[in-house]
Design a protein around this ligand. Sequence first.
Ligand code: NAD
Length: 431
Amino acid sequence: MYTELKRGSAKMAVIGLGYVGLPLALEFAKKFKVIGFDINPGVIEKLNNKIDPAGEIEPEKFEGIDIEFTSNPDDLKDINFYIVAVPTPIDEHRQPDLGPLLSACSLVGKYLKKGDYVVFESTVYPGCTEEDCVPVMERESGLKYIQDFKVGYSPERINPGDKVHTLTNVVKITSGCDSESSEEIARVYEEIVEAGIYRAASIRVAEAAKIIENTQRDVNIAIMNEFSRMFNYLGINTYDVIDAAATKWNFLKFSPGLVGGHCIGVDPYYLIFKARQYGYEPHLLTAARALNDDMGFYVANNIIKLLAKNNLPVAGANVLVLGITFKENVSDIRNSKVADIISELKEYNVNVQVVDPKADPQEVEKEYGITLDNQIRQDYYDAIVVAVNHNEFREFTELDFKNMLKSGKGLLIDVKGIYRNKVKSLPYWSL
Ligand SMILES: NC(=O)c1ccc[n+]([C@@H]2O[C@H](COP(=O)([O-])OP(=O)(O)OC[C@H]3O[C@@H](n4cnc5c(N)ncnc54)[C@H](O)[C@@H]3O)[C@@H](O)[C@H]2O)c1
C-alpha cells in the first residue's frame, strides 16, 4: 500500500476535515494524492477558498499540494487508503455517541474494495475500532476483515492553539490489524511525521494509549482543582503553592482550571463506559470528572460570595467576563465551562457582558444564547472575570482594570492566576 501511494497508483481520502482531519489531509497531500471529504458542504466551500473554518491554518498551506475537497460520496470510489477523523462526542447522559463514527464507517463500507486500508484517528475506547467499526464496514461492503481489507488506528496528538507541538514534530502512534498492515501504515505516516512513529502492539493498545493520555491530564487537573478548593478555605493562593512545590524534581506541575472542550472533558467518559461494561467502576476517574465538571459553578458561587463580602451588589451587578472559548488562543467554544460561570451568575440576576475576540459571535449565540459584546466599558463594572487567558487579555494592568470598574472599585476574578503578582489593591481571587 505504501509503495502504491508513493507511486500515485493508490489514492488516500481523509474523512472529516476538522481540527484533526484538515492538517493531516494537507500534510499527506504534499506526498500523496488526497481527497478531503467532509459531510458539511459549508466546510468544503471554505476549504476550496483556502479558509480553515477553525482559523488555525494559513491559506498558503493549501497551495502546491495534491488535494481535492469534496462532500460528494461518489468521489470516494477510487480510494484505497482511508483515514477517518470524525467527532466522537458524548450524549446528554455522558455516554459515547458513536453516531458520526459509525456513519463514516457505513460511508467508507459502501466504497470499500479488496486490498483497501482504513485507519481511524478519532478518539475511542479500547476495542471500538474492531468491535464497533469493523462490523459496520463488513456489512456495508460484504468484504471480510483482514482477509479482504485492513484496518489500523493512529491516535491524534495535536493540541489546538499550540504552534510548538504539531502533527509533524510529535512522535505518532500507529497500529494495524496484522503485522503487514502495521508496517505499511507506519511507513505511510513516516512520510509526514518527522519526529517518527511508535508502532503500538495492537489496535487496542493504540486506542488505550490515546485515551489514557487525556484521562491522565483530566485526573491531574482534578487534583489541582481539589487543592484549590481546599486552599480557598485556608486563604492560600494555589498557584503560589504549586510554584513552591514544583521546585521538587518529581512534583507534577499541573494547574487548576476549567476543563472544557471536546477532548480532556469528554474522552474519560469513553474509558469509564468501557470499564463499566466489564463491571469495573473506575472511581478515581468518575470523581475527577465530577470535580472538573463542577468548576464553572464553583467559580460563579465564589464570585457571588465575594460581591456580597465586599458590599457590592449581587442582583443587578454588572460583571464583565473576558473569554468564552474552552481554552486560550483558540476559537473553539464547544463544551466551554465559562458558559457554566455565566449561567450560574445569571441565576442571581447578575448582568453579564461577555467579551471574546477569538470566538465567533454567531456560534456563541447559537450554542449558548449569549450575545458577545466586545466593547469594554469604562467606570462600569462591579466585577471583572478573566476566564480565559487569551493573549489579548494578558497585557491588562491593575490600572486598566480599575478604569473599567465602577468608581475604580470592584473585584478582579483571575481564574488562571495570570495577574497574581501584578494586582496590589483590588480585591482579587484566583483558583
Ligand atoms: N481537536 C483536537 O485537538 C483533537 C486531538 C486529538 C484527537 N481528537 C479526536 O479527533 C476526532 C475529530 O476531532 P476534531 O476536533 O477534528 O473534530 P471537528 O469537529 O473539528 O471536525 C470533525 C469534522 O468531521 C465532519 N464530519 C462529521 N461527521 C462526518 C461523517 N459522518 N463523514 C464525514 N465527515 C464528518 C464534521 O463536519 C467536521 O468538519 C475526535 O474523535 C476527537 O476526539 C481531537
